[in-house]
Write a protein that binds this ligand. Structure first.
Ligand SMILES: [Zn+2]
Length: 325
């Protein structure tokens, strides 16, 4: 397949990954992963530029277009990042900044949406016209494919399923709301709930604190490890998390009636039990026929965002040839 110089970039809360991606979804040649220090938008753009130049240098290939997936609410028409809670950014013209620095067109897309595109076109959702893709990591995100197309919503911000409200007046979220699914079942929320649990039950939380290296360092990873080993406090946190996830997603499934639900992200990879638990809740809590949706793990792993972002940029090249922010 002809190589058209499209690079996909995954900008997360703590890392940047980039690679050339062919039109059939295969990563080509150089691929780089790099932690970033989040020294503000200018510093992160400078790090992205450095990584992109390295990818280009190592492959001996010019970059002609960049697709950038970022954990944020994005205006896909302007490349403006409205709010990126994990980067602590508001109203950053990220597409324009990177486009100016690299002198190539840049298309910016929400990371969960990029993962949706990748799983739909090349992964676990291939050939399925009605999909819900759920991204479980530091945050909870997602997007849908309906009737074989990718709806955008009035402002291009469709799919913020992590901010489905699960508990009226519940836990404070990173959005203006309270009680969101993300405020219970995301990586940051699991860590927060776990820190509260060990503070109120120091004896029960002893192993979790030891493994984490201190009561303030408790995070989602050790909770998963100890839950597997039968630690009662961690097991209870884990069980509650699965219950929040299943309940929240059952509502989303009732709302969208997907044929298939695909779970991606670090939490899904690290805790494979998540897939079965969500499947069981959908079967028992959703209405017929929505309850027939099947749940699968994503197939593209940690490359999903950059592969989807590259193809998003490639598709947009067709309707905005040569356009730059
Ligand atoms: Zn929220």
């Amino acid at each position: 397949m002809a190589d058209d110089g499209v690079v996909g970039v995954d900008l997360g809360g703590t890392k940047i990954a980039a690679a050339f991606v062919a039109a059939d979804g295969q990563r080509l040649r150089a691929s780089v992963r790099h932690p970033h220090g989040n020294g503000g938008p200018e510093a992160v753009v400078a790090e992205m530029v450095e990584i992109l130049r390295q990818v280009s240098r190592e492959s001996g290939q010019a970059i002609r277009r960049v697709g950038l997936g970022v954990a944020a609410q994005v205006d896909v028409r302007t490349g403006m990042v409205h709010h990126a809670p994990n980067l602590r950014w508001r109203d950053v013209p990220l597409g324009a900044m990177l486009s100016r620095s690299m002198d190539v067109p840049v298309s910016v897309v929400n990371d969960a949406r990029a993962a949706t595109i990748a799983e739909w076109q090349f992964g676990a959702g291939r050939g399925v016209d009605d999909l819900l893709v759920v991204s479980l990591g530091t945050g909870v995100g997602g997007s849908v494919v309906l009737g074989g197309s990718l709806p955008e919503g009035a402002d291009g911000a469709i799919g913020e399923i992590g901010h489905t409200i699960l508990v009226a007046g519940g836990r404070k979220c990173t959005c203006p709301g309270r009680g969101c699914l993300e405020a219970y079942a995301s990586g940051w929320a699991i860590a927060e709930r776990a820190r509260e649990a060990v503070a109120s039950d120091p004896a029960g939380g002893r192993r979790l604190v030891e493994l984490s290296g201190g009561p303030d360092k408790v995070s989602a990873g050790p909770v998963g490890v100890l839950a597997r080993l039968g630690d009662p406090l961690s097991s209870e946190l884990f069980r509650q998390t699965l219950s929040y996830l299943g309940t929240g997603l059952a509502g989303v499934v009732n709302g969208f009636n997907p044929r298939r639900v695909i779970v991606v992200g670090g939490l899904a990879t690290g805790w494979p039990e998540v897939v079965g638990a969500i499947q069981e809740t959908i079967r028992s809590h959703c209405q017929t026929p929505a309850s027939g949706a099947t749940v699968h793990a994503g197939r593209l792993g940690e490359d999903a965002v950059l592969v989807g972002a590259a193809n998003w940029a490639r598709d947009r090249a067709a309707d905005r040839a040569g356009a730059r922010y």
